[in-house]
Ligand binder design. Sequence first.
Ligand code: AMP
Length: 216
Amino acid sequence: MATFIVLLGPPGVGKGTQAKLLSERTGLAHISSGDLFRENLKNQTELGKLAQSYMSKGELVPDDVTIAMIRDRLTRADCQAGAILDGFPRTTAQADALDRMLSELGGAVTKVPYVTAPDAVLIERLSGRWTCRTNGHVFHEKNNPPKKTGVCDFDGSELYQRDDDTSETVIRRIQVYFEQTAPLIAYYRQQGKLVEIDGTQNIQKVTQAFMSALKS
Ligand code: AMP
């Protein structure tokens, strides 16, 4: 059966960094809802323009459009063996929709690594974060700097600071996480799928914790 892994945790905890590493190690597709919205915005699609009005305020994009976008992504060929979901689901309605979509596709959520870190760490990480324009690789000016300032180590593209990584929006994004996404912790814990991971460790340690969580 196809393996779908949901990465759960607040913004800035390192889900994007780990999702990319896990995707390389496991061969599973990496699906980042935030990257999909940003790609739509770059291409100036209607979805991108709609998403931007929510993203710039740190609010969630409405469930119906988000679910439709992910449904479309999950039906692509590279998801046949499964995928690593990063940033989706973010509400209980999205989690219910995901279960239905995956059962139609003959798969299921198998594991939910839940990564945590104190708010002060999240704020520090988001405000020092630099993102690669082409493929969304992430760096941090102090904790994980690129070899050359402003240039992605992996693909040589330009690094930029996301509009929603500014301090006001960061605080709102963390609040939104606690209000709307944190209920998913209980949802997946009840299903016996949740594995807690300490996100304050360095990148390599967190990856090791993820790999053992996936094997457990
Ligand atoms: P991220 O890159 O995961 O931090 O997401 C950036 C922004 O995209 C979020 O603050 C939301 O505005 C929007 N977004 C990403 N994923 C979702 C989702 N699953 N549901 C609703 N909005 C989302």
